[in-house]
Design a protein around this ligand. Structure first.
Ligand SMILES: [Zn+2]
Ligand SMILES: [Zn+2]
Length: 194
């Protein structure tokens, strides 16, 4: 006779525990769905993929989560972006790295000659002294024209005095290209007199 109330009490306690376990499992299920939704969103921008991932967990619960873990994209969007950035940076580094066109020795962009084979790689600006490309005719830093003014000065200045002096001292001798160089010095007179 005293066993009946005991059983009902046991039944209500059991019911309580079952309810607790049920609530716990429900909370876990909701947490799994939320986690799957966040994880899928961080790995794919595709709405269909996100919905399918969440549906997998909603319908199949824990096995669905395992399936999702197996099938989900390997890297997150942030990881993918970082990887692409690193790849781009490496590519740019390779493009910027210069080598000697003759011996392919590694050189810096501001080297004037190759330290290995002495090939001329760059030139200095006549005016400001900065390193320029060999093909450039004008300095981009100071605007000075390169090459031509220096050559022009060297050619025009020396012939001017010989043109005046030669006819005065030696009217008989023909003007040769060698005489202009020797004119300013005294040995030129010593050679011409005898
Ligand atoms: Zn070289
Ligand atoms: Zn310059």
């Amino acid at each position: 006779m005293p066993q009946l109330p005991d059983l009902s009490a046991f039944g209500s306690i059991l019911q309580f525990f079952v309810a607790c376990i049920g609530a716990y499992l429900f909370a876990v299920w909701i947490a799994m769905i939320v986690w799957t939704f966040r994880d899928a969103r961080s790995r794919s921008r595709d709405i269909f993929t996100q919905a399918l991932s969440v549906a997998l967990v909603v319908v199949f619960n824990l096995p669905g989560l395992l399936l999702y873990l197996i099938l989900r994209p390997r890297e997150t969007l942030a990881e993918k972006y970082e990887r692409e950035l690193a790849g781009e940076a490496m590519l740019q580094d390779i493009e910027e790295r210069q080598v000697c066109p003759v011996c392919h020795h590694k050189v810096s962009p501001d080297f004037l000659v190759c330290p290995n084979c002495h090939t001329k790689l760059h030139k200095k600006c006549d005016h400001c002294g900065r390193v320029l490309n060999l093909k450039w005719n004008v300095c981009p830093y100071c605007g000075e024209t390169q090459g031509t003014p220096v050559v022009g000065r060297a050619i025009t200045t020396p012939p001017a005095p010989p043109a005046v002096r030669l006819p005065q001292r030696q009217p008989t001798t023909l003007p040769s290209p060698e005489t202009p160089k020797a004119l300013p010095s005294s040995p030129a007179q010593a050679e011409s007199q005898p």
